[in-house]
Every structure is written in C-alpha cells, then in structure tokens.
Design a protein around this ligand. Sequence first.
Ligand code: ADP
Length: 552
Amino acid sequence: MQAELQRLRADIGRLEQARRALEAQLAGSVAPSAPITTSAELQATLRRFLKQVGLIVQAEKCVIMLYDEETGDLVATSPALGISDEEVAKFRIPATQGISGQVFREMKPVLCHDAMSDPRTVNEMSALLKVRNSITVPLVAERKNAEDMVVERKTIGIFHAYNKRFAEGFGEEDVALLKSLARNAAAVISTAKTYIAVADEKRELEHTFQSMVSGVMVVSGEGKLRLMNAAARQIFGVPRGDRLGGRLQEVIFNSDVEDLVNNALTSGIENIRELSIFTPEERVFQVQTALLRDDDQQVSGVVTTFNDITELRNVERMKTEFVSSVSHELRTPLTSIKGFVRTMLDDSEGYYERDMQREFLGIIDSECDRLVRLISDLLNVSRIESGRSLELSLKRVNLPELIERRVESQRSYTSRHEFVVHCDDGFPELVADEDKVDQILTNLLSNAVKYSPEGGKVTVDARDCGDTVSVSISDEGIGIPPEHLDKVFLRFHRVDSMDTRQAGGTGIGLYLVKHLVDAHRGSMEVTSEVGKGSTFKFTLPKTQPEQEGSTE
Ligand code: ADP
C-alpha cells in the first residue's frame, strides 16, 4: 500500500513535470524581448526563471552561482529559490572545490543522489542548505557569428537544483531539461551584464557631465545643439526639460558664442576667449571650443566649455585698485613729511619761530604714525594671507584708558567731529593683546571720522556684559548701502562712491579688524543707514583660554 502510494506520487510528479516542460516550451525561452539594462530587471527575470525551473524539474531549491574572476570563487547570487538571502550571502566556494568546482571546470552536468555522504560535496554548505540530492549544470554563454555559428564559449557559472519533489532524486530527463534551460539563462545573464555595465557607465558619464561646474555644450557638424549640461543650461536660461536638437542660434541668443562655434565648424579653428554673458546678471566666462572628430578624422562637431572667471577677474581688479590705493596712501603722508622737512631746511633765515617749528614737527610725527600703521596693517594682512595665525601677546588691558587715548589722538586730527565716550562704571580689566585691541579701536575710530566728512558726533560706548565686554563706535556719516554690509569685512572691499573715493583708503582696515577680533575669539557686527551713519560693534571675552590666571 505504502509502495503503491509512493509510485502514484512519483507518477503525478512526472506528469506534472511533463506538463510544465511543455508549457515552458510553448512560452519560449527565458530571454526577455527587450534587452535588460538594469540590475532590477535582471533580478526580476531570474526570479521568474528560477520559479519556472523549480516547477519543471520539481526542485525544492535552486540557486545560480557566478564565477568571480577577481577571487576565483563561485558566488551564489540573489534571487534564489527556496534559499534565504542570508544563506545566499554565505554561499561562496573556490572554483576548484566540490561539485560546483567540478561542473564549472569540466562544463558537464553532475547528478548527486545523497549529498551528505557524497565525498564530492562541500559538506558544510550541504548541511546548511539541507541538501538531500542535487543536479548541477554549467552556465555556458555562447557568442555566435552572423551565420549563427558559435565562435566563443565561456562558462560564467553554474546552476544548482536541490531536493527533487515527489521522487527519490533527479534523473537524466531532468539533466536534459536543465541543460537547455541553463543555456538560455546563461545567454540572458551574460548579455544583461554587458548591457548593465554599458548602461551604468553611461549613467555615470551622464551624472559627471551634468554635475560639472563648467558649462559644456556640444554642437553637431550641421550646427545643431546636441547636448547641454545643467551649468550650460543655467548660463543660457534653457529650462531643464527643454528638448535640444534645434539650431544653436534658436536656443541660445549670443552672437559671440555663435561666432566662436561657427568659426570652429567652418574653419576648423579651436579658440579660447573671454566673453561677458548676461545670465541674467553680467558674468565673465572663459569660453573654449574644441573640435570633435569621427574615426576618419572628419570634424563631426564642436564641444564648447564655459568657465565662470568673474570672481577671479574681480579679485584681480581689486588687487590692481589696492596697489594704486596703497601707493596713494603711502605717498600722501610722505609728501606732507617731505614738504615740512624741506620747509624747515630751507628756512636759513629763521623765518619760522620755535612754536611753528614744533607744530611742523607734530604734523611730521603724526604722518609717520600713519605710515607705521599702514605698514603694520599690510604686514598683518600678508601674515593672514600666508595662513599664519595672528599670535596674541596677552596682558591685562584697561580698556577705558585705551579708548580715551585713541579718542584723544583722533581729536587732534579733526575739529569737525565731537567725540562722546560712555563707559560702564567700574569697567573691568580684560585679558587681551593690547596692541591689537589698539589697532581695532584706531581703525574703527579713523573710519568713523573718515566716512563722516561733514563732521558730526562719534560715540564710543563700552559695556561690561558679564563674560564679555562690548565696544560700539557710531558715527553720523555717509553710512553703508545694505548690499555692502556683509562685504565690508572682505579684503580690498570698498564701497564705490564719490565720498569713499575722496576719503581714500585701501580696503584692508575692516578685514584686519575682523581677523583681530576673531583672534581674540570675539565677534563683530555692523549696522548702518545710508546718509544717517554707521555703528561697528565688537565683543571680546574677558579672558583668553591659554593665559587664564597667568597674566602680568
Ligand atoms: P578703507 O577705509 O581703507 O577703504 P576699510 O576696510 O576700513 O577700508 O573699510 C572698507 C569699506 O567699508 C570702506 O571703503 C567704506 O566703503 C566702508 N566703511 C568702513 N567704515 C565705514 C563707516 N564708518 N561709514 C561708512 N562706510 C564705512
């Protein structure tokens, strides 16, 4: 009775198998009609294939192992049938070992009726996957020529089907079925891998092309715009979705660029030029054309690149202006010094009395101070520029006294300004670099005077804020336009107006002030209204980390 039942089961299994085989034949191969270009498509196709194979040969589990040329291993791949992803991840064996290795090397199927006792199996994996019996066939990819003749044959891996259902084990008819199915699968896998590699490469190139900072566009030999990356689209205001393919002049409206491209196409002249392009604000680009040639060296198009050099040109311009303003700032006090010295030297008759001479010497002295300040500013800028930090020489500083001294010296330069100083009572000493705080105050105070040519009140307000102290210096001068407020601390930046030009300057004062405040781990802010005046406020901590408790 038991034996009868078993035979019946086997018959049903065989019938089922035959029916599925027929179905598979009717359905054609596993090869999909359109080429597979993504890993996801390949996975979906393999999943269908494994399910089909499982039904046709009545296997509980199926897995594909692909040969890894780098390690020389056969590596199980997902998806598999009846095997979890974790088990698949563990399943890799050298192509020299076990039944897998034998099938791979010999390119012949192998049947195994009792996996656990078969000496050829790699037992560990058989136990893990609970393999009772198996059939393994090679995955051989064939390359055919135009006459459909096989010109190359390559084993790309192997295919395992495990644990025959409804019967003791796999038989020869399963081998035949699996061999032909595996041939299809190998063809699909190897073609898909090639397509995926090409598609991946294409995607990578596309991403690189699109994320380039420089604008790039390609124009065909017929003058049609073929490609444009995101940066180029932005330069010429071509929306992302807009299709290309039209003539260049229909898409970008810039005769200089057209001339450059046409010149390359018609005369074969590759060129490099600096062009101003409105994007919509005016920017300077270095535009370069390079010819594209086909295999026969015929010109097939032009690649044009656009590098935005606006900032570079701005810095160059600012540097030139800086050199001329520094020369001016150096010459002014020197002219004055020279004038007064000459006057006294030429005064052989003693025309100028002692008081007058002292006044001249006083002017010479303050002009010398001005020169020393400018030179020390320049030296500090070069220190910062070369990446060296501004070292602090810390000591206890009496800020109200320092403020008073600096205000006094400013008073002596101007009669048009009124100076008002507010200082909190019992103002504490702070630990700082006195010369540098002096430089901060001098720069801010001299700016307050310089940029209020009509005179007015200059107010200094010093406050004790607990862990920090703050000093604000306000004037009633020309003020700063809002769009310049965050730029005045940049090196060489000057607001360009009649008043500032007349005032003279180098554009490094506030840049330095900011760095000197930063070196003390302080902060800096500015508020201003054009025509009403400006307030510069800096805040410094009362102590500095390295020197806490160890100052003079
Ligand atoms: P400089 O005064 O040598 O030009 P600064 O770095 O000290 O350089 O200042 C940068 C620019 O900020 C000045 O050119 C000026 O346009 C503006 N500025 C600075 N201080 C004031 C102020 N108190 N009022 C108005 N504008 C100012």
